[in-house]
Unconditional design. Structure first.
Length: 348
């Protein structure tokens, strides 16, 4: 039985920053490594079948099993955890003996912090660890003060995707992508002057801890020994990384409230709507629990980090236990009576 956790490398950066080129470079050079890949839109990666076959863990082909590339086509990965990310991670966990490395490319508007926090969920944490978060910075665009190669295209991407609720400026999103970084890749370094490169280095240095290294890249060429095997276990310290989209300004875990709410059988849709309303109204950081649905013999496991929720059936109710709903809320300044009232309309 394999007990070593699978290291996951998360590659983030704006549309056009060069993260896809970096992904291709990793796959081209990863001879002998069995690499599982999660991407947002495989068709835009431009990775051909021959490169995928070098990964050697059953790449998806016509008529075959889709076990290699998982497309998260709904846009920003941090907004698709509820619908796709957790089931994909469960599928990969079942194949852990076939995988050496997990590589995740976020969409251009993804906020990496919620994604890294998802690796704290017990079902994921028991199998995977975040080896590092690699943030790709478009050096020429950043030197020009635009942060993205095509700001208009990024804005169109944001408006066209109904799953995205990130209405912050590009500068704020740039800061958030850097806030989670364990390594910063300055892409297209050959397209700027030495003075511009120094300017971008200074700008990035203001946004990352001193221990976060920066490396320059041309055509995504970075040694695998630098990209992989950093052993950061980023999920263990991500909560301490500040971002502009933190629900609370100060994450002092010693002051967290932990409340249990007990309910009977509930309507699934009304429950999820109520939970979404609660996390937007109150300082709730995490939600987890078991849910009883009318007429269902299976119990529903619900987990949430911030506004991102996942819900799936984990097992049947045992004969010796009562099918009931119990949810735990973790946050600050929580009132059990208020939460109970706001969940009341979810009763079946």
């Amino acid at each position: 039985m394999q007990t070593t956790k699978i290291p996951a490398t998360i590659v983030t950066g704006f549309l056009g920053s060069g993260k896809t080129t970096l992904m291709r470079h990793i796959l081209e050079q990863a001879k002998g490594l069995r690499v599982a890949v999660i991407v947002n839109e495989f068709g835009e990666l431009g990775i051909d079948g021959e490169i995928l076959k070098t990964c050697a863990i059953g790449c998806a082909e016509e008529g075959g099993q889709a076990g290699q590339i998982y497309e998260l086509a709904n846009g920003c990965m941090c907004c698709t955890v509820q619908e796709e990310f957790f089931p994909v991670m469960k599928a990969l966990a079942e194949r852990r003996a076939d995988i050496d490395v997990l590589l995740i490319e976020t969409s251009g508007l993804a906020l990496p912090k919620p994604l890294v926090q998802a690796f704290q969920w017990p079902e994921i944490a028991s199998v995977f660890t975040v080896d590092s978060v690699v943030t790709v910075v478009d050096t020429p665009a950043t030197a020009a003060g635009q942060f993205a190669h095509d700001p208009h295209a990024v804005d169109v991407q944001r408006k066209d995707d109904p799953n995205l609720d990130h209405d912050a400026s590009l500068h704020e999103l740039f800061e958030d992508q850097l806030s989670a970084a364990d390594l910063v890749v300055l892409s297209k370094a050959d397209l700027v002057t030495p003075e511009q490169l120094a300017q971008v280095r200074a700008l990035v240095a203001e946004e990352v801890p001193a221990e976060v290294k920066m490396i320059e890249a041309v055509q995504g060429s970075v040694p695998l020994s630098v990209l992989l095997g950093q052993q950061r276990a980023a999920e263990l310290h991500i909560d301490a990384r500040h971002s502009n989209h933190d629900h609370d300004e100060d994450h002092d875990h010693d002051e967290f409230d932990s409340l249990f709410i007990d309910l009977g059988a509930v309507d699934r849709d009304r429950l999820m709507q109520a939970l979404q309303a609660i996390v937007q109204k109150h300082a709730v950081l995490r939600v987890k629990g078991f849910v009883a649905l009318p007429g269902k013999k299976m119990r529903l496991l619900v987990q949430g980090v911030g506004r991102r929720f996942d819900a799936y059936f984990d097992r049947a109710w045992r004969e010796d236990e009562k099918a009931a709903t119990r949810l735990v809320f973790i946050g600050k300044g929580l009132n059990a009576e208020v939460l109970q009232q706001e969940l009341a309309h979810a009763a079946a």
